[in-house]
Design a protein around this ligand. Structure first.
Ligand SMILES: Cc1cc2nc3c(=O)[nH]c(=O)nc-3n(C[C@H](O)[C@H](O)[C@H](O)COP(=O)(O)OP(=O)(O)OC[C@H]3O[C@@H](n4cnc5c(N)ncnc54)[C@H](O)[C@@H]3O)c2cc1C
Length: 457
């Protein structure tokens, strides 16, 4: 990057918020996705909306790319910048601007950490449900850009279901306001939902308004042990078919259980093929009935042991088992390729069979966990990127898994986004006309192609 441009960028955000030393550029050159890295030209940490707008105006004029970055926890290579591009890091934009208890909304800057917002609204008896496993580090900007899901997605939906309004800085530095605090708004095209899950390719969010709901009065956390994997999968479909919608219905297979237990020591059973973590929440009388129904269904599907947390500490321990799954698996081998194949819920058992068969066929270790209630599974290959042959086999296994997901009416990514990692598979899912429509949208928002280039298609 030319020194004159760096100097102008420093004038906008200040010298101390402009990083160009080799170590910083290396650190911001990768995210949580294996096998991908780049070397940005500069990392900028703006402190307000106006600074973002001025950065965009300058980069737009100079034809330099800009990649927004929250905490870099995405799993699709979404925050890997262009070589010599600008990384716009949002950690200084971390204010909760407002919690509006009359309208039940919260407005935040994009760098607010997801769990910080949870704690703030819960202290007021309110609830912001989206809770990605990474919520203690991920940012609201990243969550919106990826339309992140979470453990409570089954009952409460995903980030898109809560975004009411956005303030977005466009590629040329102009400010676009979409939506707001109104519950109903049909004025023109619905631009906020379009910007949600745009993966930093259409604009940079500088403020986000989300919907809040009342905090559920109570919850019951349960863990069901299944000696046979398929029984766990069938129990998931049966719970949903019985019209019980738990807040959380998560699945861990044997490989994952062992890794989690070695890592977190939460007392998971090592002699079963799968466990389901189930949480029901709401009115105490209602959830008591729901919990009983869930226990009955698990029993009918040959669950060998059914555990109900007796207090908040026990519940937290069980939930931690699921939240630590990725970190626990990542300890086993140097490279962890976590995928995001998603199928209709009725196809979970079939999908698990495909995953197991592909792992066997290509002789790779795949642990699977995920949001079973959403049909969103995370087959995770434990490998070593220095072993080129094993990496080739891992990708071949995933190719089969994605093709199977598409053939079952599913998708290549339920919540992690396309980014760089999945763009090869997108045409198989959306076809040529889908890609053409998406390219048209990109062209309308960012004709020079400077916003997070190379992502999605
Ligand atoms: C241990 C672990 C568990 C996870 N669990 C889940 C889970 O349960 N559910 C789930 O959905 N995901 C999960 N993820 C993935 C990841 O945490 C999410 O994608 C998260 O939303 C990324 O947030 P981030 O702040 O790290 O964003 P980053 O990774 O920094 O960026 C993600 C994308 O958002 C864009 N972006 C960031 N900020 C802005 C902004 N202000 N304006 C426009 N674009 C922006 C970036 O350009 C990039 O394309 C997990 C990841 C890890 C490592």
């Amino acid at each position: 990057m030319e020194q004159s441009l760096i100097n102008e960028l420093k004038n906008i955000v200040g010298e101390q918020h402009t990083l160009t030393d080799r170590e910083s550029l290396a650190v911001y050159g990768y995210d949580s996705t294996p096998e991908l890295e780049s070397c940005p030209g500069a990392v900028l940490l703006p402190g307000c909306t106006d600074e973002i707008a001025r950065i965009m105006r300058l980069c737009h004029g100079a034809g330099v790319s800009v990649t927004a970055r929250g905490s870099g926890t995405n799993l699709s290579g979404g925050s890997i910048s262009d070589n010599r591009g600008v990384v716009l890091q949002t950690s200084r934009l971390n204010r909760i601007i407002e919690v509006d208890e009359e309208n039940l909304t919260a407005t935040v800057e994009p760098g607010v950490i997801t769990s910080v917002l949870h704690r703030e609204v819960e202290s007021r008896g309110l609830f912001y449900p989206p809770d990605p496993g990474s919520m203690n580090i991920s940012t609201m900007g990243g969550n919106v850009a990826e339309n992140s899901g979470g453990l409570r997605g089954l009952k409460y939906g995903v980030t898109a279901d809560y975004v009411m309004g956005l303030e977005t800085i466009l590629a040329d530095g102009d400010l676009l306001r979409t939506g707001g605090k109104v519950v109903k708004d049909v004025a023109g095209y619905s631009l906020s939902p379009l910007l949600v899950s745009s993966e930093g390719t259409l604009g940079i969010f500088s403020a986000i308004t989300v919907k809040l709901i009342p905090k559920p009065q109570a919850k019951i956390t349960m863990l069901a042990h299944f000696p046979v994997l398929q029984d766990a999968a069938l129990a998931v479909s049966a719970i949903i078919a019985a019209r019980v919608i738990p807040a959380t219905l998560e699945f861990l297979d044997k490989v994952t259980i062992k890794c989690v237990e070695d890592y977190a020591h939460v007392g998971l059973p090592l002699d079963v093929d799968a466990v389901l973590l189930i949480e029901v929440d709401g009115h105490p009388a209602v959830i008591a009935e729901e919990a009983a129904a869930v226990e009955g269904i698990c029993g009918k599907h040959r669950c060998s042991f059914f555990q109900t947390a007796q207090n908040a500490d026990e519940a937290l321990k069980l939930a931690t088992a699921r939240r630590t799954a990725l970190s626990a698996l990542a300890r086993l081998k140097p490279t962890t390729i976590l995928e995001d194949a998603t199928v209709p819920r009725s196809c979970i058992a079939a999908m698990l069979q495909v995953i197991q068969a592909s792992a066997k066929k290509y002789n790779v270790t795949i642990g699977t966990f995920g949001h079973a209630g959403d049909g969103n599974l995370h087959p995770t290959c434990l490998t070593d990127e220095r072993d080129k042959d094993e990496i080739r086999r891992a990708h071949a296994a995933f190719e089969e898994i994605f093709d199977a997901a598409i053939s079952m009416g599913g998708t290549i990514t339920g919540e992690h986004g396309v980014g760089l990692a999945k763009k090869k598979y997108l045409p198989r899912l959306v076809g040529e006309s889908g890609i053409r429509a998406m390219r048209g949208i990109k062209q309308a928002f960012d004709p020079k192609g400077i916003l997070n280039p190379g992502k999605i298609f």
